[in-house]
Design a protein. Structure first.
Length: 244
């Protein structure tokens, strides 16, 4: 019975999202359709053609962004519940984020414990959710002096990933809107990233705690229940082992 309720709730969330994403994608598509029609007008000015083309490309890029943010949650792949080596994953995510940070001229500081740490969940979903949150942190920071800190720690019964930035920060109102669809303060934002991240983290029994101060920065504390098990099972580690 409880299984059924969870399944029902999931279907409800996914179908609500599908409806709103369909709506969001229809807008750029309609715009592009209109511009293609306009471009068919005979003897059209070259500058006009270029303008229509540029807007069409921007609108298509936007549709693509919405799809990739959304796909992370709607992907019909079977839900995995595997043992995840959190240290390997945080390292992997940090590497991905470093390329984005370099692009934005932002520094990164990563701190990992000596011992192995495990949680239970879906590795790809964990990666996706941390990358979304890390990207936001990077995008919130100034080019010069921005530092993204990623810290992995453990407590008796939970494993904690802290992502801290010294960026623009958020007001109380903004924090309360985080995770709701289409809340974005960015010119080219989709407002789907945190919603996807939050759903993925919660699906893995994770909890999110946000502290933010306008003009100072933001901290996301993501904690997962501790599990006992052999962390050396992770693929990354196996690959490293076979290379040695
Ligand atoms: P997007 O990044 O496309 O705007 P998100 O759902 O990822 O959509 O984020 C929603 C909004 O939350 C952002 O536009 C921004 O205003 C705010 N936000 C998220 N993370 C941070 C952060 N680390 N610092 C400041 N604001 C943030
Ligand atoms: Mg984002």
């Amino acid at each position: 019975m409880q299984e059924e309720a969870i399944q029902g709730e999931k279907i409800k969330i996914v179908s609500e999202m599908a409806a709103s994403v369909a709506h969001e994608i229809r807008n750029p598509l309609t715009a592009v359709r209109g511009f293609i029609q306009l471009m068919a007008i005979p003897h059209l000015d070259q500058t006009k053609i270029q303008f229509y083309q540029q807007i069409s490309l921007e609108e298509l890029d936007r549709a693509q962004l919405i799809i990739s943010d959304y796909l992370a949650i709607a992907k019909p792949e079977p839900e995995k519940d595997e043992l995840i080596n959190l240290k390997d994953e945080v390292q992997y995510v940090s590497q991905v984020l470093l390329t984005i940070a370099n692009y934005h001229d932002v520094k990164m500081e990563v701190s990992l414990p000596d011992e192995q740490i495990c949680i239970q969940g879906d590795r790809n979903k964990l990666r996706q959710s941390l990358i979304n949150l890390g990207k936001n942190a990077i995008e919130a920071m100034p080019k010069n002096g921005g530092v993204l800190e990623i810290i992995l720690t453990e407590q008796a019964n939970k494993r904690i990933i802290t992502m801290r930035d010294n960026g623009i920060g958020m007001t109380k109102e903004q924090i309360s809107r985080l995770g709701t669809p289409y809340f974005s303060t960015k010119q080219k934002g989709t407002g789907l990233g945190t919603m996807v991240s939050f759903s993925l983290i919660r699906a893995m029994k994770g909890k999110i705690h946000i502290t933010s101060e306008k003009g100072k920065g933001t901290e996301f504390e993501i904690s997962f229940p501790a599990v006992r098990g052999d962390c050396y099972d992770s693929d990354v580690r196996n690959t490293t082992k076979s290379l040695l």
